[in-house]
Write a protein that binds this ligand. Structure first.
Ligand code: DX5
Ligand code: ZN
Length: 216
């Protein structure tokens, strides 16, 4: 399978979201990456259900929702209803991760786990077989446009090996600071999905930038 591109809506123009949704619809992008922040798990607040429902109404590609919130289980059904195709919860926010993942799957969504830069890959050993997606943070979550953390390359290699070892079907998604200088090495290390916010929406021609990231 060739790799997937998931532009992050966090860097889109909120004053004219529909235009940026259409841009993604008409590009080679595969998913919409939708970042939800609660101001508790991360030091920032993004947006909630009304905005996600509005995106869902116009999006012609799956919504990949990344929850940076505490107690995500409370809202899994609501995210399904808002149009989420996949839902990722943070391992650092879930004391009963296995239950959280089964709940997401039972609701009919793809289930993902996001891990912060300081969280070792081996923490996923007993859950990787149940996952559709691992969202590996390559910046500290909370803001777009941050600098890529170099240690991510080694973590992607480790995660790729863990997935092979256990025969898991989980995709490796890289989130934060992905740009035209590092994406090829990320793919080489085993990444399957590239999230890009600033690199796409901060470029003069977002659609062309998506095509470049898609070529690999
Ligand atoms: C960060 C978010 C990312 C962010 C990526 O907390 O999870 O998805 O939007 O933005 P860039 O690509 O600009 O680092
Ligand atoms: Zn994200």
């Amino acid at each position: 399978m060739s790799h997937l591109i998931a532009p992050s809506i966090l860097s889109a123009n909120f004053a004219n979201l529909q235009a940026d949704i259409e841009l993604i619809n008409n590009s080679e992008a595969d998913w919409f990456h939708v970042d939800v922040m609660d101001g508790v798990f991360v030091p920032n607040i993004s947006f909630g259900f009304p905005v996600i429902k509005a995106i869902s109404k116009f999006a012609k590609k799956p919504l990949d929702v990344h929850l940076m919130i505490v107690e995500p289980d409370r809202y899994a059904q609501a995210f399904k209803d808002a149009g989420a195709g996949s839902l990722s919860v943070h391992i650092e926010a879930c004391p009963h991760l296995h239950r959280s993942i089964q709940n997401i799957k039972n609701l009919g969504m793809k289930a993902g786990v996001a891990i912060n830069p300081h969280t070792p890959v081996h923490m996923l050993e007993d859950i990787i077989a149940d996952l559709d997606l691992v969202c590996m943070m390559s910046v500290n979550p909370g803001f777009g446009g941050q600098k890529f953390i170099q240690n991510t390359f080694e973590k992607v290699r480790q995660l790729h090996a863990l997935i092979l070892r256990q025969g898991s079907k989980a995709l490796i998604e890289i989130d934060g600071g992905v740009d035209l200088n590092n994406y090829q090495e990320l793919l080489h290390c085993g990444a399957n999905v590239l999230v890009a916010g600033n690199t796409v929406f901060g470029s003069p021609n977002p659609s062309e930038t998506i095509s470049l990231l898609k070529k690999g």
